[in-house]
Write a protein that binds this ligand. Structure first.
Ligand code: MG
Length: 365
């Protein structure tokens, strides 16, 4: 990676434009693809500043929501896309196939819309096992069966050995709803209750445990799976009016997602550490790894902000679902400290739950 050219001491005659023209081409760092503040900066500098066609009428690229949308007559069509590059490809609780289906379907689901169809593009390294590829496709299909979604198009390419590491799976998914019935990240109001649909840190901590060789002692497992049943239960209990915002806390974890919701909604948040569900084995592994379970990827969870009058109904409805049985109220939105998430710690202190620079591990999803 090249460093920036030092700007101090340059002769005055140079028409210096430090942000653009004179900055040498710089290689990307893995932090810039890890879902935290570094990636947001990259998206803003490289993508948002260079794209002039970013949508209108629906959810646009500039909103950086879980999906975008377009309006067609009385309908709103939701679309999202995601490339999956996890290492290892097979891991406790799932594989790149279940991840590639869940990741994309969950990003449609948290818009408050049932995913209807998906595409699947595989770029595979020469020599990759055909049996392993079949296994990946079967896992992928298992998720489609659970949600009731069809694979309607795809693409497959094989690159020469060494040109790619194993397999990269890119998926896009769509859903259709009535115009204006989308649940956006920006809908939270002061007083709204913040619910998490289950335990936090499972995916990120399990993958890191496998990489470090801790998994045999601890039997940690990824939570990868589709959350549509959880979202549907919340919508049935509170409607799209009562469900104010939803987000799947993937890269950067719960910390990143709560900060993003608070910023986009223009509210502050107060959460209680004690109420955040973390499995004992995940907490132990996180401690051994020295990694904060609140800052790592979850692949089967939703943060759901709801009208306070309906929060008990929503919580009860979530707990009746298979993937939402450990759902918990973790805090509320407030009018103070806009854009900031304050956590009351287990010992009674208060600290700012900051947005991580990036997820602690690359190739986690
Ligand atoms: Mg998302």
């Amino acid at each position: 990676m090249q460093d920036l050219v030092p700007v101090r001491g340059l002769p005055e005659v140079v028409d210096h434009k430090p942000d653009k023209a004179e900055r040498p081409a710089r290689g990307l760092s893995v932090d810039e693809g890890s879902g935290g503040s570094a990636m947001m900066k990259l998206i803003s500098e490289v993508i948002l500043s260079n794209v002039t066609r970013y949508g209108c009428g629906g959810v646009t690229l500039r909103e950086l929501d879980d999906s975008g949308s377009i309006v067609v007559g009385d309908l709103e069509i939701v679309l999202t896309t995601d490339a999956h590059t996890i290492k290892p490809i097979f891991f406790p609780g799932g594989d790149i196939g279940s991840l590639a289906a869940s990741g994309t379907l969950n990003d449609v689901s948290v818009m408050g819309v049932k995913p209807r169809a998906i595409s699947f593009s595989m770029v595979v390294e020469e020599g990759f096992s055909k049996d392993d590829l079949s296994r990946i496709v079967r896992s992928f299909n298992g998720v489609l069966e659970e949600v009731g979604v069809d694979l309607i198009t795809g693409d497959t390419k094989v690159l020469e050995k060494g040109d790619i590491d194993g397999v990269v799976v890119t998926t896009s998914a769509i859903g259709v709803t009535q115009k204006g019935r989308i649940v956006r990240d920006s809908g939270i109001r002061p007083g709204d209750i913040i619910i998490i649909s289950g335990s936090v840190g499972d995916h990120g901590i399990s993958i890191l445990s496998v990489r470090e060789g801790f998994d045999f002692q601890l039997e940690t497992k990824s939570d990868v799976g589709p959350i549509w049943e959880v979202v549907e239960a919340a919508l049935e209990a509170a409607g799209t009016e009562g469900v104010r915002a939803m987000k799947d806390p993937t890269r950067g974890g719960l910390s990143n997602a709560l900060n993003e919701l608070a910023e986009k909604s223009g509210v502050g948040m107060e959460v209680r550490e004690e109420e955040i569900p973390i499995r004992q084995d995940i907490a132990s592994a996180a401690e051994m790894l020295g990694v904060d379970p609140l800052s790592v990827t979850n692949e089967g969870k939703a943060i759901i902000a709801v009208d306070p009058e309906l929060s008990d109904d929503v919580l009860a409805a979530l707990r009746r679902t298979r993937r939402g049985r450990d759902a918990a109220i973790i805090g509320r939105a407030v009018a103070d400290h806009v854009g900031e998430v304050v956590m009351e710690t287990k010992v009674g202190g208060k600290r700012l739950l900051e947005r991580p620079l990036g997820d602690p591990a690359p190739r986690i999803c």
